[in-house]
Ligand binder design. Structure first.
Ligand SMILES: Nc1ncnc2c1ncn2[C@@H]1O[C@H](COP(=O)(O)OP(=O)(O)OP(=O)(O)O)[C@@H](O)[C@H]1O
Length: 369
């Protein structure tokens, strides 16, 4: 906080600000900011209006929209010369599938899956996780993609190995503010590819439960692609809060994405929505856009199952090059257009998660190992 709300020179203006905030509408809000009890302080001090908000979900783009809309109205209503904005998060813990007990230290688990391999599931999971972490939110990534654990490569941490401080558990590998663990750190040859279903599921659940996650608001799990036994076992046994399905607009990918949605529905995991990756190709030279994998595929899927499209990411060489270099785009170019896109997707995921779920008190939500 950059001001002292108890200073005798300051004036509490919450009664002026809240009625204005009640009028602010945004696609991510199902309750308004007053109903969310968001405003903590509205203090006028030396002609500066200091606003402090607290929200239970990541809200970077909504906050930007609020500032643009409200700043001129607030200066006019309060006589302030400028508004000093602060947004803090107290991320809510939400009910998990089948009311499973949570994983120690982890508030919410988001499973990122795809019916088909190679559609950009890992790149989406990672850039979304980084976009959340960029907000000061505590985020982890578990790379459970047994068929192609690519997260270590994408983070430039492929040579590292998790240490074990107590000989039983693993310390996560920290990278760009994320706590990460990956099957790729542990299995360095192609053996994992031929693990049978039960073996693979057991290894992945162990990886989740035996990592010493620091306190996390969100743990993003990069699931193995497909809708077979491994995926079904994981979906049933990981205390997931919600799932995101990544697809390209191509018919074959959509068909598999559909199977993914059906699978999650079957095991009662809420599907938060679909991310359409490689939606259009953007030429790096002239900016020309071409829908090489087809048009509006995710939209049809979203309409059929009444789930939102959380965002569309174009196919662009920069995204691939950044991942190959181990510096994902959200880190390399945080103010660029692709980072904006990932922030928007991250916000859509976080808000969907909140609105579809039921908040649970934290003390009963955490299981000790
Ligand atoms: N929008 C994009 N633009 C350009 N390249 C992309 C994009 N999305 C993903 N890629 C690239 O495509 C390749 C596959 O992406 P990624 O590994 O994320 O897919 P996946 O669905 O997780 O694959 P797998 O099923 O093998 O785990 C990677 O080289 C990645 O850098």
């Amino acid at each position: 906080m950059s001001f002292d709300p108890s200073s005798p020179q300051s004036t509490d203006l919450r009664d002026t600000v809240n009625p204005l905030f009640a009028q602010f509408a945004h696609p991510t809000l199902r309750q308004n900011l007053v109903e969310l009890n968001a405003l903590q302080h509205a203090v006028l001090l030396d002609k500066i209006l200091h606003i402090e908000l607290i929200l239970p979900f990541a809200w970077p783009q909504g906050f930007k929209a609020l500032q643009a809309w409200a700043s001129p109205l607030l200066t006019e209503a309060t006589g302030a010369t400028a508004v000093d904005w602060h947004l803090d998060y107290a991320i809510a813990t939400l009910q998990r599938v089948k009311q499973l007990p949570g994983c120690r230290g982890v508030k919410n688990i988001i499973a990122v899956s795809s019916g088909k391999g190679g559609v950009g599931k890992s790149s989406t999971a990672l850039n979304v996780a980084l976009a959340l972490a960029d907000q000061g939110i505590k985020v982890g990534v578990l790379d459970a993609d047994i068929y192609g654990p690519s997260i270590p490569q994408m983070l430039g941490t492929a040579e590292q190995r998790p240490s074990s401080p107590d000989g039983k558990h693993m310390a996560p590998i920290m990278s760009y503010g994320l706590a990460t663990n990956s099957i790729g750190y542990l299995v360095t040859d192609d053996n994992a590819m031929i693990w049978r279903g039960p073996m693979a599921s057991k290894a992945l659940l162990q990886l989740l439960n035996e990592t010493l996650w620091p306190d996390l608001d969100y743990l993003v799990v990069d699931m193995p692609p497909g809708t077979g036994d491994i995926q079904l076992t994981l979906a049933q046994n990981i205390p997931v809060t919600g799932a995101v399905v990544v697809t390209t607009p191509q018919d074959v990918a959509l068909l598999d994405a559909r199977k993914g949605v059906v699978m999650f529905n079957k095991v009662d995991v809420p599907v938060l929505g679909i991310v359409e990756n490689m939606s259009v190709h953007i030429c790096q030279h002239c900016g020309h856009q071409e829908a090489i994998f087809g048009h509006e595929g995710a939209k049809a899927l979203s309409e059929d199952y009444a789930i939102p499209v959380l965002g569309k990411v174009p196919l662009h060489i920069q995204l691939r090059e950044d991942l190959d270099a181990g510096i994902p785009t959200v880190v390399r170019d945080p103010t660029g257009q692709f980072s904006e896109l990932y922030r928007e997707i991250a916000e859509n995921i976080a808000t969907q998660l909140y609105w579809q779920g039921q908040v649970i008190p934290e003390d009963i939500s955490i299981r000790t190992l």
